[in-house]
Design a binder for this molecule. Structure first.
Ligand code: PDD
Length: 275
């Protein structure tokens, strides 16, 4: 396995980072995950634009376009040129004596690696989810490496034999531990508006675009947790999750065998995208 680290492509066991790296000490960093399907990255520009925006939010400077140009060599060294894979990219603030505020004059640490991954067949799959009060902070729009809240929430899902934990904040469903959440009611698609309480997922953006193309009405409104049982359909979106039907939320089932019609329609449109 190969790793890109600060300009070099190394064997994974040679890729070493200081224990004083702020990514390790504070989770002071930003990351991205992109899927490569049939030889091209799925909405690469949107992912790299989000990376640039997130880096700016925490005042780390990096030439993301130059980093993008390093990706093909990494894929080639990893033997993945012709394979579907996921690419993980991480930029942390770098190495410095421990102090909370941003140290001046240090160099960011940049790491990327890719692994073979065929995305699951969403047509024959669905998810059970549990709800939980969101105990994370109020900058969930930053795709940061400090993921303890998300990690604990996803572990909670696993403990309950579920795929995901869906967060509610002040009674409103926002997102899940590593996905965005959509609902359908009377032919209208609902998802929480962007803002500080969720990540603006690229898959979310793609699905909203598909709704527009298919003339499906969208309301950017968070669904109250108390309304979950009054919704007709629900689904998750995310880079590796794609568009996945939610079969069950807590003890409430949306369907027995087949997801609802709008979920299926959006899944077909999603799979039909040039990718
Ligand atoms: N998860 N919300 C959160 C909290 C996420 O971590 C993610 C992505 C999403 C969906 O975003 P996108 O559609 O751009 O992947 C929403 C990444 C892939 C992860 O698992 O780390």
């Amino acid at each position: 396995e190969k790793v890109y680290l600060n300009g070099k492509i190394l064997d994974a066991d040679q890729a070493q980072i200081s224990v004083f790296d702020r990514g390790f000490i504070f989770g002071d960093g930003i990351y991205e995950v992109m899927a490569r399907i049939n030889g091209r990255f799925f909405f690469k520009k949107a992912h790299l634009d989000r990376l640039k925006w997130c880096l700016k939010q925490i005042d780390i400077s990096l030439d993301v376009d130059a980093l993008e140009r390093e990706i093909p060599a990494l894929l080639q060294a990893s033997g993945l040129d012709n394979k579907d894979c996921l690419l993980y990219m991480q930029v942390s603030r770098g190495v410095a004596p421990r102090q909370h505020s941003f140290p001046k004059g240090i160099r960011r640490t940049v790491m990327m690696y890719a692994w073979e991954k065929k995305l699951p067949d969403i047509n024959n799959n669905h998810a059970s989810v549990v709800t939980m009060a969101d105990f994370r902070w109020s900058r969930c729009d930053i795709k940061m490496t400090s993921l303890l809240g998300n990690v604990m929430a996803n572990e909670h899902a696993m403990q309950n034999d579920c795929y995901e934990t869906v967060f509610e904040r002040n009674g409103i469903i926002t997102e899940a531990s590593h996905c965005n959440v959509f609902f359908v009611k009377d032919g209208v698609v609902y998802t929480h508006p962007t803002g500080p309480y969720l990540l603006d997922g690229i898959t979310r953006q793609v699905v909203l675009e598909l709704c527009e193309q298919l003339a499906i009405e969208v309301r950017l409104e968070g669904v109250p947790a108390s309304e979950i049982q009054n919704m007709d359909e629900a689904f998750l979106t995310g880079t590796s999750t794609q568009v996945l039907a939610i079969q069950k939320v807590d003890d409430y089932s949306y369907f027995e065998k087949e997801p609802g019609p709008l979920t299926q329609k959006l899944q077909q449109a999603f799979l039909g995208l040039k990718r």
